[in-house]
Design a protein around this ligand. Structure first.
Ligand code: GLC
Length: 770
């Protein structure tokens, strides 16, 4: 390599480094974020990063014999004449260092005859992916202590080191296990901790791509893609929280949900075959005093699975029916799949056909594959007009009283083989193919649905999606797809939701109880316990499996289930506060311990505990038959929620956990809002709130608004600062008073007494009752 052509240009926070006729462009987004781009002549439109995120940033560029050096207050990037990139943090600790050696493939050098022998018993023999070898790869050194997190919904454990993953959305009905490289979502954000120093790498490329995180070799990790531009962001910061916040700065936060969305939801494929069945379910919830916010209507409510239809043979008056449920406090969330039935007598198909809104074969004919309705066409959601069209049609469901929309099968799933890569789709205003648009298909469907609901209702939309790409969190909650009623799926739900949270998806959940396979009373009970703080809180099961409503296993299961639903409702104001914080900080609600305690090596591989915000630690039982477990408490003092016993951290304690118990610990010196255990969350403001003190002294900022629309963005919200000093002095300050539904009474529960405050209209402040 000659170094004579090794040079750089620097203009408006863009540094282009050129060497031997190749160039890499570094865009300084802000001190902690630098984008690295190499043009392969492919689309530069980003579905994840919307709008220009660049802020005016102080930086310096210099060159010595070997490197071009770009320096901000947070990052130093060194580029050599081979255009290899090394990154250091503000204190010069290495974060990302290029690996110079060769890749060492895992030995699969068995000849074809032996491969055949192995396969004859049904074993899989991995095929070497030739495409990834011929396009680009980013190869970096791996340190012995380096750990990885993020990557969205991938199977396996919290720490992704030692495994390989693909980014290619698939519908995966087999039991999800740790050797699977991909599921329904592609969220190529990798967080690393190297020698104790955090960083992130976000690869914004929608084509199929791969990570090998130290599986091939302990010396390096690698990202490679099959196509697209080289386009990634280096994320820095002092703490892992800073780095996670960089990622949501780029790709967006989860918008504040409506309050009821944090409550309990019940679902089952098959309920909506018959309104009587739905009523029976709601009756039972009432009879057993179980809280319920929503019932999800699976594909059965439609006419022959045609989207935007309602089977009036089953439901004579859908609107009347949904209204009657709503009066009982229960909302309905109907499902929509992308596949539009190929049927000449069906207006949606006709309209899509006429307007050219469906994905096409290379020869220009409409691409058809089979899904639930039979042969179907697939809306070309990358086209903004198609998104608008779809969004407008959502009104059909909203007018009937739907409180949100469930978008499913949007990988897209197809029953007659995979959709070929060359299927013609649209990338905003440019022609494209499924090869590029596949991984954002679900994203664009969710976005279309979100905007349709927002335009039609003005409320905070409720969309739930199965497929997603980076950034989908701005438009939809997500669930982890078709899990099964298996203990290892309960175990996996914790790392999976924690990694989804780190990957921007603060509002996510698993099918509680398991979707496929038959649950057991013990598994269902442990699942509702473990999922107690899962932001999305929905029990869902498949058509063909045993029922798993809270009452089907008798009184003991029902009583425990009810006890935990009530506990969830006590925590809803806290969860809502966590969501408000998330909209400001980009940090997830449900999170792994490593996010709060990155310097504590014990928690870097913690798969069976999680935290909710900064102050709540949960250690559920996720093993069949277990009634005691070790609970690791990080530094500080912790108070057991149920017994009030205080424990010192940085050690394990043994917790006895009979079937009706869930170990929850509150960090000492925390004030916690404590909502009421209602059966339905009301649209009317709560008149009373309670705060519970754990420890001796604390201050807490609590947020309140109408929990429904966007008026809070115009200042219609209240912010309360509640404080208790060590000598028992208790105060409430209404810091911001923009919402007329302020609490009339606030109780602060101290260790030895309750202090009651009343809102005084005249002074607009809270006064302690004498
Ligand atoms: C898919 C979904 C599942 C749904 C079923 C029928 O399997 O993942 O949740 O119940 O389709 O619509």
């Amino acid at each position: 390599m000659t170094t004579s052509s090794f040079e750089f240009t620097d203009k408006n926070q863009q540094v282009e480094v050129t060497s031997a006729n190749k160039s890499l462009t570094f865009s300084i987004v802000k001190p902690e974020i630098i984008q690295v781009f190499q043009d392969y002549g492919k689309s530069t439109h980003s579905y994840a990063v919307e709008g220009d995120k660049t802020v005016d940033t102080k930086y310096a560029v210099s060159k010595d014999a070997d490197h071009v050096i770009i320096k901000t207050d947070a990052l130093t990037v060194k580029v050599d004449a081979d255009l290899h990139v090394d990154v250091y943090d503000q204190d010069n600790h290495p974060l990302v260092i290029h690996y110079d050696g060769q890749r060492e493939s895992i030995n699969q050098n068995i000849d074809s005859a032996h491969k055949k022998i192995v396969r004859s018993e049904g074993h899989e023999v991995a095929t070497v992916d030739e495409a990834s070898k011929t396009y680009y790869e980013v190869l970096n050194q791996l340190d012995d202590d380096e750990q990885f997190y993020g990557l969205g919904d991938k199977t396996g454990f919290l720490n992704k080191r030692g495994y390989e993953y693909d980014n290619w959305n698939v519908d995966e009905p087999r039991p999800h296990i740790e050797s699977f490289t991909h599921l329904y979502k592609s969220i190529p954000i990798l967080f690393g901790i190297k020698q104790g120093h955090p960083y992130g790498l976000f690869f914004d490329n929608t084509y199929r791509s791969h990570f090998d995180l130290g599986k091939e070799s302990a010396k390096y990790y690698v990202y490679s893609a099959d196509d697209g531009n080289l386009n990634y962001y280096i994320l820095g910061g002092r703490t892992l929280k800073d780095v996670v916040a960089d990622y949501t700065y780029l790709t967006g936060v989860v918008p504040l949900p409506q309050r009821w969305m944090l409550g309990y939801q019940q679902s089952r494929w098959g309920y909506s075959m018959d309104p009587k069945r739905v009523e029976e379910i709601v009756d039972k919830f009432e009879q057993y005093h179980l809280p319920l916010e929503a019932i999800h209507f699976d594909i059965d409510y439609m006419k022959g699975y045609r989207v935007f239809t309602w089977d009036t043979d089953k439901f004579a008056d859908p609107k009347g029916f949904l209204t009657s449920l709503r009066k009982r406090g229960v909302r309905v969330i109907p499902i929509l799949d992308p596949g539009v039935k190929q049927d000449d007598d069906y207006d949606i198909y006709q309209e899509g056909l006429k307007k050219g809104y469906f994905a096409k074969n290379k020869d220009g004919s409409v691409y058809i594959n089979r899904v639930w309705p039979g042969k179907s066409a697939f809306p070309d959601f990358g086209n903004p007009d198609v998104r608008k069209w779809w969004g407008k049609h959502c009104k059909f469901l909203l007018d009937k009283g739907a409180a949100g929309i469930w978008t499913d099968m949007n990988e897209p799933a197809t029953f007659d083989g995979d959709m070929p890569d060359d299927v013609v789709m649209t990338d905003e205003d440019q022609p494209s193919t499924a090869k590029m648009m596949h991984n954002v298909y679900g994203h664009n469907m969710a976005k279309a649905t979100y905007n349709g609901i927002k335009d039609a209702t003005g409320k905070r939309p409720y969309v739930i999606t199965r497929a997603a790409y980076a950034g989908t969190q701005k438009y939809s909650t997500a669930w982890t797809g078709d899990n099964q009623s298996l203990w290892h799926h309960l175990q996996m739900s914790i790392p999976q939701l924690c990694n989804l949270g780190l990957s921007g998806f603060s509002y996510a959940g698993t099918d509680i109880g398991g979707f496929s396979a038959d649950t057991t009373p013990e598994l269902l009970t442990r699942w509702i316990e473990a999922a107690l703080f899962s932001p999305l809180f929905r029990n869902h099961s498949a058509l063909q499996v045993r029922n798993q409503e809270p009452w089907v296993f008798g009184k003991q299961t029902l009583d425990i289930y009810r006890k935990f639903l009530n506990l969830r409702y006590h925590f809803i104001p806290y969860l809502y506060d966590c969501f408000k914080n998330e909209t400001e900080t980009g940090l997830p609600v449900m999170r792994p311990l490593v996010l709060n305690y990155p310097d504590d090596e014990t928690v870097r591989n913690m798969n069976d505990e999680y935290m909710v915000g900064d102050n709540v630690l949960v250690a559920p039982i996720v093993q069949q038959g277990q009634t005691a477990r070790a609970v690791y408490l990080p530094e500080g003092e912790w108070i057991a929620l149920d017994s009030g016993v205080q424990h010192s951290g940085r050690t394990n304690i043994l917790a006895n956990v009979p079937i009706d118990k869930l170990p929850v610990f509150i960090k000492k010196d925390t004030l916690m809002p404590w909502g009421q255990a209602v059966e339905h969350i009301s649209d009317k403001p709560d008149t009373k709130m309670t705060f519970r003190l754990f420890g001796n002294a604390a201050t807490y900022t609590h947020y309140q608004d109408d929990g429904i629309d966007f008026n809070y963005q115009k200042g219609e919200y209240n912010q309360y600062v509640v404080s208790v000093t060590a000598d028992g002095n208790c105060q409430i300050k209404l810091d911001h008073h923009g919402y007329a539904g302020q609490y009339q009474t606030i109780d602060v529960q101290l260790n030895d007494r309750v202090v009651e405050f009343k809102f005084d209209d005249k002074s607009g402040s809270y006064v302690a009752a004498k």
